[in-house]
Structure formats: C-alpha cells, structure tokens
Ligand binder design. Structure first.
Ligand code: FES
Length: 292
C-alpha cells in the first residue's frame, strides 16, 4: 500500500487551510442534528486539548526572555497568529480592535448615508480615519466624528488618544505599497479590485464614463478626491455622464436632479444618493471594487 496522500501541502497558506475546513463544514451542514452535534462535541474536545497544550506551552516560555522573544516573532506568522487568536490566547491586534470599533459605528453612519474608513494605525496612540459619502464635508461631520467614531475607538482601544480625520489623497511616497487613495470600505474587505485605467484619464472636476465588469460607472476627480458612482440617476436610473458639472455638482441631463460628486449626495432629494463604489489609486492607476 502506498503512502496516504496529504490533502494539504506542507507550507499551505492560511487561506488554503481555512478553505479545507470550510469544505468539511459544508459537508457537516448536510447532516442531521445528532450527527452535527457529535461533530461539534468532537471539535470542542480537540479544541480544548489544543488550547490547554498551547496555554501550557506559552506559560512555560514566559519565564525565558529569549524564548518569549522567539514566540513574539512567531506571531508574525499568519497561521500561528490565527490559531492563537482562535484559542483566545492572545489579544486582538490594535488594527483588529480599531476595525472592530469602526464596524460598530458603521450602521449609525450608514443611516446618515455615510461611512468611515481606516486610513492608518500609528502605534502606539494614533489612528487616522476618513469619512466617506454624506459624512464627508457635511456640517455635522465633526459632531459625528466626536460623538461616534471617536467614542467607539476609545472604547475598543483605550491606548488610542489621538484620532485624526484625513481628507484627500494619502502621501504617494508612503510605504504602503504605493496606495495613494482608498475609498470606501477598503480596509475592512480585501480583494475584488478591478482595473479602471489611469488617474490622469479622469478630467479634473469632471467625470469619466466607464464600463467595469458590465457595470456602468462614473469616475470623478476633484483635487485630491477620487470617487466612483453607478452611472445611474437616483430618480429614474437614467445615465448621468452627459450632465453638466459646475463646482463639483453634477446636474442630471434628464430632469435636473443635482449631485455632489464628492459624496454622491443628492441635493435635490436628500433622501436618495448615488450608489458609490470603492476606489483606490495605486501609483497613478485607478482600481474600483463594485458594491454588491
Ligand atoms: S433621471 Fe435624473 S433627474 Fe430624472
């Protein structure tokens, strides 16, 4: 009899390992309640064993500074980190706690047609955020900031004492992979970015009509701000690309609804707004992640 074939190759990534678990879980989901309960009990027993083993292991290395330094270094490995987090043997990272804080405030901001994105975590005590949509530039923005976002971050991350509200493009020379601009929802999600051409192709103060993955979108650039919206008026879903633009305000060519091209806010009927899509600019190239 030959060697049993390993399903997961050595040095598999966290994603590969997790997708294997997800595949098994989708099989268990088809089972009856008794079978599912048996699987759950088995999983819990194995988890308890591993958690206790890791707990004892960490307790034993704590007394040795060199071993502790090695353990801290090992936490840089995504699989080691994910497993120890799963067993709640290490605290969530500052980044995770900040994202959790922002997630907790998003429903309130969304109810005002806005969102907030995490621009940067600057240990030990600063976080940079940017408002998106109707939050950005609205007179109540600072109030929303202090009352909501600031409180949420301070509650989840007491070590953060400085919260900076960022506007416009980030420094292109920043050591973040050349990402100059990210908006919106980009920090809490990964992947799904689609090429949308060169930043230079978007007329300053105007719009560029594009079709991306069968979606008709408008890219707009106004100074440091790049936005992407569905090319569909909130009134009757008719295209907006031939509308007149004056001072960052686009007027629908059909019945005159007006929109702020920075936030997508409708000035004619404040209860509606343009459908925004996430945008980022990397080294002068624009990428869009379509809203689902
Ligand atoms: S379709 Fe735009 S205002 Fe009517």
């Amino acid at each position: 009899m030959g060697e049993p074939q390993l399903k997961i190759p050595p040095n598999a990534s966290l994603d590969e390992l997790l997708s294997d678990i997800a595949r098994l879980e989708s099989v268990f989901d088809q089972w009856d309640e008794n079978q599912k309960s048996a699987v759950e009990n088995y999983r819990k027993s194995v988890d308890d064993l591993h958690r206790e083993a890791f707990r004892r292991f960490i307790a034993s290395v704590k007394s040795d500074p060199a071993a502790m330094a090695g353990l801290k270094s090992a936490l840089g490995d995504e699989i080691v980190y994910a497993v120890l987090r799963h067993f709640e043997l290490i605290r969530p990272s500052l980044q995770e706690r900040v994202e959790e804080a922002l997630d907790s405030i998003r429903p309130m901001l969304a109810s005002h047609g806005g969102d907030v994105e995490l621009v940067a975590v600057r240990p030990p005590d600063q976080v940079d955020v940017r408002f998106i949509g109707a939050c950005d530039g609205c007179p109540a923005s600072m109030l929303t900031f202090t009352a909501g976002v600031k409180k949420a971050i301070e509650t989840h991350c007491p070590e953060i004492t400085k919260i900076a509200q960022i506007r416009g493009l980030a420094d292109p020379s920043a050591a973040n992979g050349g990402v100059q601009f990210v908006s919106p929802f980009a920090v809490s999600q990964t992947g799904g970015w689609l090429e949308a051409g060169a930043l230079a192709d978007i007329p300053e103060g105007g719009v560029l009509k594009l079709k991306i993955a069968s979606e008709n979108v408008l890219l707009s650039k106004n100074g440091d701000i790049v936005s992407c919206f569905q090319n569909a008026c909130a009134h009757l879903n008719l295209p907006l690309d031939e509308g007149e633009i004056v001072g960052g305000i686009l007027t629908c060519p059909h019945h005159g609804f007006q929109y702020d091209l920075q936030s997508g806010e409708c000035l004619t009927a404040p209860e509606v707004q343009l459908q925004p899509h996430a945008v980022r600019v990397i080294n002068g190239l624009v990428e869009v992640r379509l809203a689902t």
